[in-house]
Design a protein around this ligand. Structure first.
Ligand code: FAD
Length: 407
């Protein structure tokens, strides 16, 4: 079922579908399960990275760039189309439907750019946004530190102003995609005497600077998708401080709002596809008549539909010009907890096969094993489920704040 968004949007959908059909290189959709990898984390990442090196993908990236469709919502003067939220959602839906990807090289397209648009000066927008669209700047995220994940405002990395530069020293941890990035957006403490949430700045640094080093962090899966990073007096011009000195917390909240809620309007499409794959797998394994399993699958289907309605609510808010608020936390909590349970149902359907890994180097896993394992990460990154519940309690329900220890 498709929501009736009026004749103009219906025409936009038809044109977009036609454009994708005409411009997506033949075979691109078959190179990777592009949209599944978004929801299943680790699984598909290697496959996606390999597919991104193909001539088909390179051509697709050029087509999208020529049509100003890499970040279509960004202002025209910076390489976007100034597309409104409803059209962006329709565009993303049509990409999903065609099985072809958006261009996401790092965290610039989805996190840094939108935060610069909200908090940056016009000079900063003009400088940083086109570089993200062209792929010149590929960002990784330098928020978490050893001992400072959920309690992000407790971060210890220092930023000291020296003339017209800021000098940053400290350690970051759990940096996804560090090996592919040449820039990092960093939170650092620039006023150690200020209250915890004040005195923090949001700075864009050169991740290839000799004062930056990083080491891969190997996971139990054998893969090394994270890094720990050492910033040893890395310098950036004050121009690279977004939102002003000591105002980084507000910028970080915008970034996290996009991280938690950014894909809410289309996420259900990927989950729905995944659901039907699992239902088919239950049929093939001859367990779909099991009454308890049927209950579980019916539950999962209901959750996907609820996710869809949550996405529509987000879309309605965006259409009215409201940025995602605490509902971003509701969506994030909902999909991540759902996915963890879906992984458990998948293992039940796999039966004893779920216990046996495929052979190969490293720690290879079957697709459903991977859903089971990597769905655990979904309830941790972008703020754990406990943190989302705290946000919902305080900001959506108006319940008393949890007691905080001043440090
Ligand atoms: C796949 C993945 C990718 C990531 N990528 C990045 C990245 O690119 N850049 C980056 O900066 N970080 C990244 N992270 C780190 C992530 O943001 C942190 O892991 C997360 O914020 C949790 O912090 P922590 O690991 O320090 O756990 P902790 O904060 O130590 O939490 C441990 C446990 O205590 C609970 N807890 C903590 N505080 C409270 C509270 N106040 N109330 C109730 N329960 C609480 C937590 O919910 C959790 O269960 C990534 C993490 C994962 C899993």
């Amino acid at each position: 079922m498709e929501l009736d968004l009026g004749p103009e949007i219906a025409q936009f959908r038809t044109e977009t579908r036609g454009w994708i059909g005409e411009h997506a290189p033949p075979g691109l959709a078959d190179l990777a399960d592009w949209n599944r990898s978004i929801v299943t984390g680790g699984y598909g990442y290697g496959q996606r990275a390999q597919a991104m090196a193909s001539p088909e993908y390179e051509q697709w990236e050029r087509e999208l760039a020529d049509a100003r469709l890499i970040c279509p919502g960004w202002p025209e003067e910076f390489g976007g189309q100034g597309m409104d939220a409803v059209r962006i959602a329709v565009f993303n839906e049509e990409l999903q439907r065609a099985g072809v990807p958006r261009v996401i090289r790092g965290m610039g397209e989805s996190l840094v750019g939108p935060s610069v648009i909200v908090h940056g000066t016009s000079e900063q927008r003009a400088h940083f946004l086109p570089r993200i669209i062209s792929g010149e700047d590929v960002y990784c995220q330098g928020f978490s530190e050893p001992g400072t994940g959920s309690d992000l405002a407790g971060l210890q990395t220092r930023g000291v102003v020296d003339g017209d530069e800021i000098v940053i020293s400290g350690q970051k941890l759990w940096t996804s995609g560090a090996a592919r990035a040449n820039k990092m957006f960093v939170l650092c403490r620039t006023d150690p005497d200020a209250e915890k949430h004040a005195g923090i700045s949001y700075v864009l640094i050169d991740f290839t600077d000799p004062a930056v080093s990083y080491q891969p962090v190997r996971q139990m899966s054998g893969a090394a998708e994270f890094a720990q990073d050492f910033l040893d007096g890395v310098r950036a011009p004050l121009f690279n401080v977004i939102g002003g000195l000591n105002n980084g917390w507000r910028v970080a909240m915008t970034t996290l709002g996009y991280e938690r809620g950014g894909s809410a309007t289309v996420l259900h499409l990927a989950y729905e596809r995944e659901f039907w794959e699992l239902a088919e797998s239950a049929r093939k394994r001859g367990v779909s008549a099991d009454p308890v399993l049927r209950q579980k699958l019916a539950w999962a289907y209901t959750q996907v539909q609820l996710m869809r309605f949550g996405g529509l609510r987000t879309l309605a808010g965006l259409a009215e010009g409201r940025q995602p608020g605490p509902e971003a936390s509701v969506n994030k909590l909902f999909w991540s907890e759902y996915h963890k349970k879906l992984g458990e149902i998948a293992m039940e359907i796999e039966g004893t096969d779920g216990l046996i890994r495929p052979t190969g180097d490293g720690y290879p896993t079957s697709p459903w094993q991977n859903v089971f394992l990597s769905s655990r990460a979904g309830t941790i990154y972008s703020g754990t489920s406990e943190i989302q519940r705290n946000i919902i309690a305080e900001r959506a329900l108006g319940l008393p704040k949890e007691p905080r220890v001043r440090s």
